[in-house]
Each structure stands twice: as C-alpha cells, then as structure tokens.
Design a protein around this ligand. Sequence first.
Ligand SMILES: [Zn+2]
Ligand SMILES: [Zn+2]
Ligand SMILES: [Zn+2]
Length: 293
Amino acid sequence: MEDTKTQVLTPSSPSFKKLFSKKPPRSSNLNAHCHICNLQFSSIHKGFECSVCKKGVCKEHILVRTAMTLLPICDDCERSRIKKEIARELAPQYKSLKGDMNWMLKEKEKIKTEITGKYEIISRLEIQMKNNEKTYAQRLENFEKKIEEENEREKTVQNVIESLKNALTESQNSEEQMKRKNEIKAEEIKTHIEEIKEMKESEEKFLNNIDEINKNLRNTIPATKIKSIACSKCYEALKETFKEKYMDALRNEGRESLLASFILKASVKPTEGTKRARIESITRETCKQCLLM
Ligand SMILES: [Zn+2]
Ligand SMILES: [Zn+2]
Ligand SMILES: [Zn+2]
C-alpha cells in the first residue's frame, strides 16, 4: 500500500539528495522568492516550480512525490492534497456519520416535539390542577360555611327550645300562682258570702227592729205637732209633766224620733205607769174638746 501511494521524502534524506542531484525541473520564469517563506532566490538559494500551483518555492518548502514520475510539490499543495486524500478516505465514514447525525437530529427534533407536547400536557395539567385546587378550596370554603350555618341554626333551635322550656316552666309557675290566687279569691268570696249572709241577717234584724219601732211608733205623735192639736191647757200640762223629754224633742226638731216618747197610748212602757196615769189624768181632767183624748 505504501508503495502504490505517495512516499514523501524529506530534503535531508539521501533519496531526496539523489533526486535533486539529478536536477529536478526548474522553472524558467520563477518568482523572485519562495511563496511560502519569502526567501529571495539566488545562485546559492535556488528556486523551484511547484508542479501543482506553478508558483516558486525554495528548497525547504518543496517535496518530491514518488509516483509514476517524480514531481516537485510545494508544502501548501501537498497539505491540501493530503487533506483531499484524507477527505476522500473519510468520506464514507463522514457520510455515515452525517447520516447518523441527521438521524440523531431528526430524533432530537422528534424528542423535542415530544417533550414540547409533554410540556404542553404538563402545563395543561398544571392549569387544570390549579383550577381544581381553586374549585376544591371554594367547595371546602362553602362546606365550612354551611357547617357554620348549621351550627348557628342548631344554636338558634336550642335557644328556641330553651326559651320554650322557660316559658313552659313560667306558665306552669303562673298556673300554680293562678291556682293559689284563685284559692285565695275563693276564700275571699266565701268570706264575702258569709259577710253578706251576716249583713242580710243583720239587715233582717234591723228590719225587724224597724218594724218593731214602727209598731211602737204607731199611735205616737211628734212633739212639734202636739201644740197644734192640743188646747192650750193640755199643752201646758203636758209640757210641765214631760219637761225634759219635751226639751229634747224640740232640740231634735225635724227628726221623727224622740217625741215618739211623747206617747199617748200604747208606747208608754208599763214601768212608766205613773206617767201614764198622769197623762190619763191630765187629759181626763183638762179637756174633752181638743184632739188629745
Ligand atoms: Zn504548489
Ligand atoms: Zn520557502
Ligand atoms: Zn184640751
């Protein structure tokens, strides 16, 4: 392989010296200096022509390729030739690598798309999750509110029950009080009835008394009228006899009472027998004309 391909000779190698001793081709119209190192050509520093770029080149920068023919070549051209060769050699590898790379790029693109899709899904899920969280928070809040309301309601109901209980107790108490009051009232009414009974009795007694008095008053005459019905003689005589009573009667003028004792017949009590006798004697003795008889 080495034989068929290029074999590079360094300027110091014996084969190179051999080559140059055989007078390698020299350019007739060489540039005045080496196009690589700028060395001025002279009789000591001879210039050569590159078989590829045809530019002038010094001894240090020229190679001789041993192929079919011996051709001088400058370092630049040799370098680019090697590059090309390497490139040719590596072309299949490069191709396959490029293919691999393209495939990898495609894969990368695919993965990127997938990842983007997944990211989108994730962000969508995140949004959904946030929304769900919000909804659940709202629901929880509502639920808590409802529980609180229920508690409030229960409290209210308990209060109502409590107040109803109180009212019941109160009404029971007041019922009892009413009962007691009624009992007292009944007692009072009883007393009143008894009082009324007593009053009726006493009224009856009183009426009886009045009847009695009226009975007694019958056949009596008021003192004030005596003067008008008696003759002067009888009047004087009566006045004298019942002096005290008569005075009393006058003092109580207008009242049909005391002169009830100025009695002519029935109401004179038996104990007053003497007075009666006197009245009788007076009337008998004094007069048979006046109304006092
Ligand atoms: Zn060249
Ligand atoms: Zn040179
Ligand atoms: Zn008389």
